[in-house]
Design a protein around this ligand. Structure first.
Ligand code: AMP
Length: 213
């Protein structure tokens, strides 16, 4: 199974990708996670990406192609993968097509996680990670008992650097301008399925499983 998860920041791609890869035993390839890891490690590439990611802009396509080519040619990706956060521009989707053509492993589907703008904003501004458990929570949507459980266990609720309001506005604007055209790109190739990304994690996951089966 070779899948691209499309959708605006906050649509739940990461959460759903994690569930899908656990069930299907294929790697979750999140370019955002790869970039955050490089930034945390302070590698040369991380230093280059840091100001771009923190501003909510996009890392240049040629750099992203280098990263994704290296990742997709690793042995664990031979039997499939879920791509989360890549491609993000039409150029990146063309690059991905070319790369998968060369590998002889074309994409099976692009799933669009569709969600109202108002909910996206709440998901992004409220998103927190518990510093001790790593659990993803939301101050608007998680049960108070879950939020308390984190702080009572000595953890703090950490907000991603790029989840502040100014950067969120830019990330959504970048999505609309640069990433939304991918919807037409994949629809034209008859690879696109759109699912409603509203509701509980399990409800959305049910729709995702139906879409990929
Ligand atoms: P994400 O975790 O997918 O929301 O990505 C976080 C940030 O990493 C984005 O706002 C971009 O700055 C950068 N990024 C992630 N994936 C890409 C990509 N495919 N192309 C360019 N920049 C990316």
């Amino acid at each position: 199974m070779r899948i691209v998860l499309l959708g605006a920041p906050g649509s739940g791609k990461g959460t759903q990708a994690k569930k899908l890869v656990t069930d299907k035993h294929i790697p979750h390839i999140s370019t955002g996670d790869m970039l955050r890891a490089a930034i945390a490690e302070g590698t040369r590439f991380g230093q280059l990406a840091k100001p771009i990611v923190e501003a909510g802009d996009l890392v240049p396509d040629d750099v992203m192609l280098g990263i994704i080519s290296e990742r997709l040619t690793q042995p664990d990706a031979a039997d499939g993968f879920v791509l989360d956060g890549f491609p993000r521009t039409v150029q990146q989707s063309r690059d991905l097509d070319d790369l998968l053509d060369q590998l002889g492993t074309p994409l099976n589907a692009a799933i669009l996680m569709d969600l109202d703008f108002d909910i996206l904003i709440k998901r992004l501004t409220g998103r927190r990670t518990c510093s001790t458990t790593g659990k993803l929570l939301n101050i608007h949507f998680s049960a108070q008992s879950e939020l308390d459980a984190c702080t009572e266990s000595g953890g703090t609720l950490v907000q991603r650097e790029d989840d502040n309001e100014t950067v969120i506005a830019n990330r959504l604007a970048v999505y609309r301008k640069q990433t939304e055209p991918l919807i037409a790109f994949y629809a034209k190739r008859h690879l696109l399925t759109s699912i409603d990304a509203g509701g509980s994690v399990d409800e959305v996951y049910g729709r995702l499983l139906a879409a990929v089966s």
